[in-house]
Design a protein around this ligand. Structure first.
Ligand SMILES: NC(=O)c1ccc[n+]([C@@H]2O[C@H](COP(=O)([O-])OP(=O)(O)OC[C@H]3O[C@@H](n4cnc5c(N)ncnc54)[C@H](OP(=O)(O)O)[C@@H]3O)[C@@H](O)[C@H]2O)c1
Length: 285
């Protein structure tokens, strides 16, 4: 780990009584967070003010979760201490114009929009606004996500800890320097899609060698999960764990030779590099 990448020890209360949270753009990711906040009793339903673009979706979400959901971004931002921006990156500048009258130096804005720099949100705020950028990923839906967070210029350590606690409702958190956020987007933001393809391909391979599809999919997915847990829980380098599976003149080493010939390693590296490059551009459309 580089010295600018660190994990802040979290010592904040499990729930945040009294904290009012606006989720501006409760779509796929905003919706996952909304549900996690309720499920974990982070805040109660009457402390959440969510918005979406379409009134019919607002009504449906409100009925589903028992929280106030409207299309009025300014009203939601006015009522909240923490304002979570969950709209698409290209929509952030317009949204900032809408909610600007509600922004004060006492509020915290947390943006999950890929590519959008804390500096551009600070500049649009017109005050010394605490802006935190966060990049969660979709396994957040089952509390198995990972969220990287970075802070803008006016963020206190308490506010960073609060943001970490908020995202711990959907998995692990890590604090990084802002210059790494596009790389995080390319690796862990896009990464679930890359891994689903790998799992799908492994399952397809299992079918090819005669396994029933459901058994092949279970074997592929659980093997991926177990291997990931081995890396996280043993702390061993992945190469060391790979070596432990690779008996001399055994079958695994033959399989690895095929992987290397097929360029899996280089292909994955290129995929993350391309996704990172695209992440740098998203704020501009
Ligand atoms: N999906 C991921 O894996 C992922 C991971 C990390 C970060 N992110 C970030 O999360 C953000 C949202 O992505 P998503 O996948 O959740 O997209 P999404 O499902 O399309 O959600 C966007 C939400 O924003 C709402 N919206 C659009 N314009 C609005 C406006 N003017 N005022 C209020 N709400 C508005 C939409 O309302 P309607 O529902 O009415 O259309 C929708 O609910 C993006 O910035 C993305 O970079 C996504």
């Amino acid at each position: 780990m580089s010295d600018e990448t660190f994990v802040v020890p979290v010592a904040v209360p499990v729930s945040m009584p009294g904290l009012k949270v606006a989720i501006i753009g409760a779509g796929k990711m905003g919706g996952i967070l909304l549900q996690a906040f309720l499920k974990n009793n982070l805040v109660s339903a009457d402390q959440i003010f969510a918005t979406v673009q379409h009134p019919d979706r607002a009504q449906a979400l409100s009925a589903q979760f028992g929280v106030k959901v409207t299309t009025d971004n300014l009203a939601a931002a006015e009522q909240a201490d923490v304002i979570l921006l969950g709209v698409k990156p290209i929509q952030v500048p317009d949204l900032m114009l809408q909610i600007q009258p509600a922004l004060t130096a006492q509020k915290t804005v947390i943006s999950i929009a890929a590519s959008v720099k804390t500096r551009s949100i600070e500049d649009a705020a017109g005050c010394d606004l605490a802006v935190i950028r966060a990049m969660p990923n979709t396994p957040a839906m089952i509390a198995a996500g990972v969220t990287a967070l970075c802070s803008g210029r006016f963020v206190s350590q308490e506010q960073m800890m609060m943001a970490q606690r908020i995202f711990q409702t959907v998995g692990r958190t890590v604090v990084v320097d802002e210059k790494h956020m596009d790389a995080v987007t390319g690796l862990s933001g896009s990464g679930p899609a890359f891994l689903y393809i790998i799992i799908e391909a492994l399952a397809e391979a299992g079918v090819n060698v005669g396994l029933p599809r459901d058994v092949a999919t279970l074997l592929a997915a659980q093997t991926t999960l177990g291997s990931a847990r081995m890396v996280l829980e043993t702390g061993y380098h992945p190469a060391l764990l790979k070596d432990a599976v690779t008996t001399p003149a055994g079958c695994t080493v033959d399989g690895i030779l095929e992987l290397e010939e097929g360029g899996l390693r280089v292909t994955l590296i290129k995929a993350v590099k391309r996704a990172t490059q695209r992440a740098k551009e998203l704020a501009n459309g």
